[in-house]
Design a protein around this ligand. Structure first.
Ligand SMILES: *Cc1c(COP(=O)(O)O)cnc(C)c1O
Length: 398
C-alpha cells in the first residue's frame, strides 16, 4: 500500500484531545473534503452552472465513485453505483431479487439485522401486495433456515450491535443450492473487512458511505448487482436516470444498461465531492492491511478492558475472524457510562438496551489511542464516574 497508517491519520481532521471510536457510525472529516467541496461549489457549480453536468462529469460520477468502492468490496468493474440512501438501496435490491423469484414468497432475515432493513422489507411487501412473508430467525439459524420457500435472504454482514459476522460465502452457497438469492448489507463491513462479493458469489449488495468510508453525514448509499443479474433486474424505482435514454424524455420507462438502471434521480453532487475526497484515502490503502490492523487494535482493547473492568461483559464474538471492526460490551448503565466517556474525550456510542459500542478504524486510530481509551474507560467504570444525573439524560440520537 502506498500510504502507511501514520500518514492516513494525518489526513483526517480530528479535534484535539478526542479519541474517536465511532467511525463505525459516522467517519471523521477527511481534511481534503473541505477544499474538494469548496472547489466543487465555487469552480464547478459557481462557474459552470448547468454545464457542470457535462463539463465536470457530475452525471457519470455515481459510476466512477461506485467503481472505487467496488475495489474495496470485490465487485466487478461497472457493477456498483452510488446514490440515494442505504434504506432506498435495500428496497431496490430486495424488490429486484423478488422479481427474479416470482414463485417464492419468503424473505429471510435475522434478529440481528438493522431495523431499517426490516422496515423497508415490510414496506415493500405491503406495496407489492403479493402475499410475501418476512421471516426473521436468530442469526445462528439463518443458514439452516434457507430452503426452497425462500426467495431471498436479506442479511447485514456484520451485526450493528455486536459486530458478529455472517459467513457470506457459506450462506450464499447454501442460498444458491436452494435456488434463493442473497442481498448483503455491507453497512458495517465496507471499508472494515475483506469483502469479496465476486468470490462469495453474492447476488446483490448495498451499503452506505458515511460509516467506515468517511464520506460525511448523509453521504449517498451504493448498490451492487452481480454481473449475472445486472441486465435481468427490473428496477422498482424507475426514475429517469435509470432510463435507457434519460434525455429522450420518452413517456414510458425503459431500463438503462446494467447497473445504470439502479440509478433513480439526480445525484447529490455536493455530497459526492466529500465522498470523492474520502475515497482518495481509500484509493491508496489495501483493505487487507486495514483489516489486519483493526484486528490488532480490537484485540488490544478487549484484552485491556477485560483485565481492568470485570463488571463489563463482552458481547462481540471473541474470535477476531468472527467479528467485524467493532467491539461491544454490555453494561446495565451503558448509556450513562458512554456519556461519561464522551465527556472525557473518548467517543463511542450506545445501542439499546445495554450495549456500549466501539469502532476500530486503523486509518486514524492507533495503538496509543486504544491504550488511552482503555485507561479512561477503566477509570469511568472503576470509580463509577458515570453515576451522575447529567449522564443519564437521553438525547434523541444515541
Ligand atoms: C446505518 C445503517 C442503515 C442506515 O440506512 P440509511 O438509509 O443510510 O439511513 C441501514 N442499514 C444498516 C444495516 C445500517 O447499519
Amino acid at each position: 500500500m502506498s500510504l502507511d497508517f501514520q500518514a492516513t491519520k494525518a489526513l483526517f481532521d480530528l479535534p484535539e484531545g478526542v479519541i474517536y471510536l465511532n467511525g463505525n457510525s459516522l467517519g471523521p472529516l477527511p481534511k481534503a473534503a473541505l477544499a474538494k467541496t469548496q472547489s466543487m461549489m465555487s469552480e464547478q457549480w459557481g462557474k459552470l452552472l448547468i454545464t457542470g453536468w457535462n463539463k465536470a462529469g457530475w452525471m457519470q460520477q455515481p459510476i466512477e465513485l461506485g467503481n472505487r468502492i467496488g475495489r474495496l468490496i470485490g465487485a466487478a468493474h461497472n457493477h456498483v453505483v452510488v446514490g440515494d440512501t442505504l434504506s432506498i438501496k435495500v428496497y431496490q435490491a430486495l424488490a429486484a431479487a423478488l422479481e427474479l423469484r416470482p414463485d417464492r414468497k419468503v424473505i429471510l432475515s435475522d434478529t440481528g439485522n438493522f431495523p431499517s432493513d426490516l422496515y423497508m422489507a415490510e414496506g415493500l411487501i405491503k406495496a407489492l401486495a403479493k402475499g410475501h412473508e418476512l421471516r426473521i430467525v436468530p442469526p445462528e439459524t439463518v443458514k439452516d433456515s434457507i430452503n426452497e420457500e425462500v426467495a431471498v435472504t436479506l442479511l447485514t454482514e456484520a451485526d450493528y450491535r455486536t459486530g458478529r459476522l455472517h459467513d457470506m460465502s457459506e450462506i450464499s452457497e447454501r442460498a444458491r443450492a436452494c435456488g434463493a438469492l442473497t442481498v448483503w448489507d455491507l453497512a458495517h463491513t465496507a471499508g472494515a473487512t475483506e469483502v469479496d462479493l465476486q468470490k462469495s458469489k453474492a447476488d446483490f449488495a448495498v451499503g452506505c458511505t458515511y460509516k467506515y468510508l468517511n464520506a460525511g453525514p448523509g453521504a449517498p448509499g451504493f448498490i451492487y448487482v452481480a454481473p449475472l443479474h445486472a441486465n435481468m433486474v427490473q428496477p422498482i424505482l424507475s426514475g429517469w436516470l435509470g432510463h435507457a435514454a434519460p434525455f429522450a424524455f420518452e413517456p414510458s420507462y425503459r431500463s438503462g444498461p446494467a447497473i445504470e438502471r439502479m440509478r433513480v434521480g439526480t445525484p447529490a453532487v455536493i455530497a459526492s465531492a466529500t465522498l470523492d475526497a474520502a475515497l482518495e484515502i481509500w484509493d491508496q490503502v489495501e483493505i487487507k492491511e486495514v483489516r489486519a490492523k483493526s484486528i490488532l487494535l480490537s484485540e488490544l482493547f478487549i484484552k485491556c478492558i477485560e483485565k481492568t473492568c470485570p463488571m463489563l461483559t463482552l458481547t462481540s464474538p471473541r474470535k477476531p475472524e468472527a467479528r467485524g471492526s467493532q467491539v461491544s460490551f454490555a453494561f446495565e448503565h451503558g448509556y450513562a457510562a458512554m456519556q461519561a466517556m464522551i465527556a472525557r474525550g473518548v467517543i463511542g456510542d450506545f445501542r439499546a438496551p445495554n450495549i456500549m459500542r466501539f469502532g476500530f478504524t486503523p486509518l486514524y486510530i492507533n495503538e496509543n489511542d486504544v491504550l488511552d481509551a482503555c485507561e479512561i474507560f477503566s477509570q469511568v467504570m472503576n470509580e463509577r464516574l458515570w453515576d451522575r444525573p447529567e449522564y443519564k439524560v437521553k438525547a434523541w440520537v444515541t
